[in-house]
Design a protein around this ligand. Structure first.
Ligand code: DX5
Ligand code: ZN
Length: 214
């Protein structure tokens, strides 16, 4: 299992330091949650903050856009240093156009499914994206409880990706910790996002290693 700590749970008063600390702790990617106060009822960070922490880590930046119009802002996040840009299929931008735009910027595109959105919503795009992100909480806040009932959705995506011989990655996000990682692994998740599970652990490096062992 690859592990992407979510910076949403870091100490924002020292974000550069936190970025260095968690990168050195053995993370595989860094997950950055962008919220606009429209698509979700919370506001977080934008391109300028991401650009400012870019020099603090060599890890791939996995930018999760929870915003209404990802097409409009894709370029700003690419310039800020994103390696992956994932956006919600429930957002208002045209999905194919947004995927193409992200790819044209030299960034790997991914799509995200909210809990109520079925696996089939991702099927038309599986060969066009590098990643499908399955939300295991309602997007908007860290520290929520893992929705185990999302595992059949992960399994359906895993089966379809394997059936077509694709290498599209499956990421899961929300409430993932030592207690819930086994279910993710069993269902076929490739990358686990973990905010609280890593940042609130006594030893984040050990927490990352444990998650990676699944
Ligand atoms: C929720 C975010 C998640 C969240 C994960 O909207 O997309 O990335 O920060 O945090 P935990 O692991 O605390 O659920
Ligand atoms: Zn996220």
């Amino acid at each position: 299992m690859k592990v992407a700590p979510s910076m949403l749970s870091c100490d924002f008063s020292k974000m550069g330091e936190e970025t260095r600390r968690i990168s050195k702790a053995g993370a595989d990617l860094l997950h950055l949650d962008v919220m606009d106060g429209h698509f979700v009822p919370n506001i977080t960070i934008g391109p300028s903050v991401i650009a400012s922490i870019r020099p603090c880590s060599e890890l791939p930046f996995d930018v999760h856009l929870m915003i209404d119009d990802p097409l409009k802002y894709a370029e700003a996040f690419a310039k800020a240093g994103a390696d992956y840009i994932t956006f919600h299929v429930e957002a208002s931008s045209d999905i194919d156009e947004t995927i193409e735009k992200i790819r044209s910027l030299g960034v790997k595109p991914g799509i995200v499914l909210k809990p109520k959105t079925p696996a089939e919503a991702a099927f038309p795009y599986l060969d066009k994206v590098d990643m499908v992100l399955v939300m295991t909480v309602e997007p908007g806040f860290g520290g929520q409880s893992f929705m185990e009932d999302m595992m059949p959705k992960v399994r359906a995506l895993r089966n379809e990706i394997d059936r077509r011989g694709l290498s599209t990655l499956i990421e899961a996000d929300g409430g993932i910790s030592e207690k819930t990682i086994a279910a993710c692994s069993k269902a076929g998740v490739d990358i686990a996002v973990s905010g609280t599970g890593v940042f609130k652990a006594k030893d984040p490096a050990e927490a990352i290693r444990k998650l990676q062992s699944y």
